[in-house]
Design a protein around this ligand. Structure first.
Ligand code: ARG
Length: 583
């Protein structure tokens, strides 16, 4: 199916051709001045250069010839050389009906047949999710869904931090507290013995404690280091403790990501890349890319034209252990073997930009990944408090994600009226969804790379560029459709500017999604969904719907209501936002 822009471009291309110019000049775009026209063609300047004529003269020729075509109501040459185009309402109506019946609003399947790995979330085992994990989770989920609707086989991987010093710290502290545990004895046999009970609450308490202690207590730090080495060497009893920590920690992470409506196809972690490390090091060695530097094994990744320092990547530390870059490179090798992905996108805090630059360069240089694999780091900005600094708890600590979510849910609960819901459960369920929409939309309306201020009052307001406003619009349309009983099959005409504007917006869906996926920018979808809701509000304000006397008009408008509802829900779904029945 051609988009409306492509369709109109074809028609204008015919005109250029009939006048003796190249077809390619026919490309049109959506109007930059919607008050003057709907579409525009800017190619007369290029055509004029080639033909050695004045751009306006060519625009005038094109306008005159195009005016004879039935689908245009007005084609006008505008100085210095633009062609302004307006099409008939009949044409718009026929296009929108085709769009609706085709499903997916005409979004092109640019990703068909391609595997894409989205690496997001990035939770660390044994550490509770905190505010910093919110953005990569929300944005990554949206990016994955955006890619899916564009046809990609998109696979989300949480890529947990589960193999480094933090785990060694936790295990060391468990040992200090419970030296008598069987799992800390060399006689421990994982085949028959069980690791003593550890709870999520233990872990949440132990990690910060142990981390602080290691900074003050050299001996403890040594112990944690030893535990980390034992773990990476898979010493049976230490490995068993680690497995137990993983079991409870992953279950807790699943629960918490679940609350956010974020889910992963792959629950891999750094540890899963471990078995690919020998192969990685061998490839690097065979290709002559690694060298020993101060006892460590490094890969040079600097380019002659680098403007900022590009240090070598350390792939093996002087003590023989692997690090963050090693596990990321080994993971790329693993992904290439499992999926041969056309793209790997990482949604990780922008402060890790250098790390990813180094890793991508090493991956391409060593050819562990396909040469044209699109490796991209979407470096997210931070969510700040009203002081412009990363969001903190009242006492200045790092805020747990759960704490933040709960505070938004309570704020929403206070706003919802008692009598709208049949029961307290129903109300709480709605409050949860509204809170999630508020948080997610409040995040995604911003450019992902920019920082933004978390403003709870603004986010949960039912007016303005908010998730709540969008959910509210959907409930309003639902209620119209409920009252109407049945809704019209087809849109049969346009009787107001508001109807025309919504229809044109829906016809541009493919272009919006193309832009969003090219720029990896969920904010483009968030923005479009918001404007679609505004269009609907205007339509609702300007036009009679249920009480429209003319049956044909009424049925058409109800069909439009349904289309807009589907349109909003589709976009909210792409953003990972669930809708509610009542508000
Ligand atoms: N666990 C890491 C952190 O907390 C994020 C992981 C991101 N993904 C990756 N492939 N490096 O910083």
């Amino acid at each position: 199916m051609l988009t409306v822009i492509e369709n109109i471009s074809e028609k204008i291309a015919d005109v250029f051709e009939s006048l003796g110019y190249k077809r390619e000049y026919g490309a049109v775009s959506v109007s930059a001045r919607p008050d003057l026209c709907q579409f525009q063609c800017n190619s007369c300047f290029a055509a004029a250069k080639e033909a050695r004529k004045a751009p306006f003269d060519i625009a005038a020729e094109v306008a005159e010839a195009a005016s004879k075509q039935e689908i245009f109501t007005k084609v006008e040459a505008v100085r210095p050389g633009f062609v302004n185009i307006t099409v008939t309402d009949e044409y718009l109506v026929s296009c929108v009906n085709e769009l609706i019946s085709n499903g997916n609003f005409g979004i092109k399947q640019v990703g068909a047949g391609k595997n894409l790995i989205v690496d997001y979330g990035g939770a660390n085992v044994a550490k509770p999710l905190h505010i910093g994990h919110l953005r990569p989770a929300i944005l990554g989920e949206a990016l994955k869904r955006m890619a899916r609707i564009c046809g990609y086989n998109a696979i989300g991987d949480v890529h947990m931090g589960d193999w480094g010093m933090p785990l060694g710290l936790v295990i060391a502290e468990l040992y200090v507290r419970h030296p008598e545990w069987k799992c800390f004895c060399d006689e421990f046999d994982p085949a028959v013995d069980k690791v003593e009970g550890i709870t999520v609450d233990d872990l949440n308490e132990i990690y910060p404690f142990a981390s602080k202690k290691s900074k003050e207590d050299e001996e403890f730090k040594e112990l944690a280091h030893k535990m980390t080495c034992d773990l990476q060497d898979r010493k049976p009893n230490i490995f068993a403790v680690w497995q137990e920590i993983m079991r409870i920690s992953v279950a807790d992470l699943k629960k918490n990501y679940g609350k956010l409506g974020v889910s992963f196809e792959l629950w891999y972690g750094e540890s899963d890349s471990d078995k690919y490390i020998p192969e990685l090091l061998e490839i690097l060695d065979n290709k002559g890319l690694s060298r020993v530097d101060d006892g460590a094994l490094v890969v040079d990744v600097a380019d002659d034209d680098d403007k900022s320092p590009m240090p070598p990547v350390i792939v093996k530390k002087s003590d023989g252990s692997s690090n963050y870059a090693t596990t990321d490179l080994a993971t790329i090798l693993q992904r290439e073997q499992d999926y041969a992905p056309a793209a790997i996108w990482y949604v990780v805090d922008k402060r890790q930009a250098l790390h990813f630059k180094q890793v991508f360069r090493a991956a391409k240089k060593s050819e562990i990944v396909n040469a044209d694999c699109d490796m991209y780091h979407l470096g997210n900005g931070t969510m700040n408090g009203s002081d412009g600094k990363p969001f903190k708890t009242r006492d200045g600590g790092v805020m747990r994600l759960e704490e933040l979510l709960n505070s938004v849910v309570s704020a929403v609960m206070e706003k919802l009226s008692e009598n709208a819901y049949a029961s307290e459960e129903e109300k709480l369920d709605a409050a949860n969804k509204i809170a999630m929409a508020a948080i997610k939309f409040g995040d995604m309306i911003n450019q992902p790379t920019k920082d933004y201020v978390f403003d709870i009052d603004k986010f949960i307001s039912f007016e303005g560029k908010t998730g709540s406003y969008l959910l509210y619009t959907v409930t309003r349309i639902n209620s119209i459709m409920r009252k109407a009983g049945e809704c019209g099959e087809k849109i049969s005409g346009i009787w107001s500017d508001a109807e025309r504007d919504i229809i044109i917006r829906m016809l541009l869906t493919c272009d919006v999604f193309q832009r969003a996926i090219n720029e990896k920018a969920p904010n483009v979808i968030a923005e479009n969904a918001y404007f679609a809701a505004c269009d609907f509000s205007r339509f609702y304000h300007d036009c009679r719907i249920i009480d429209e006397a003319d049956e044909n008009k009424k049925s058409s408008r109800l069909a439009l209501c349904k289309a807009v509802n589907d349109y909003l829900k589709m976009q909210l779904n792409v953003l990972g936002i669930e809708t509610v029945e009542k508000m």
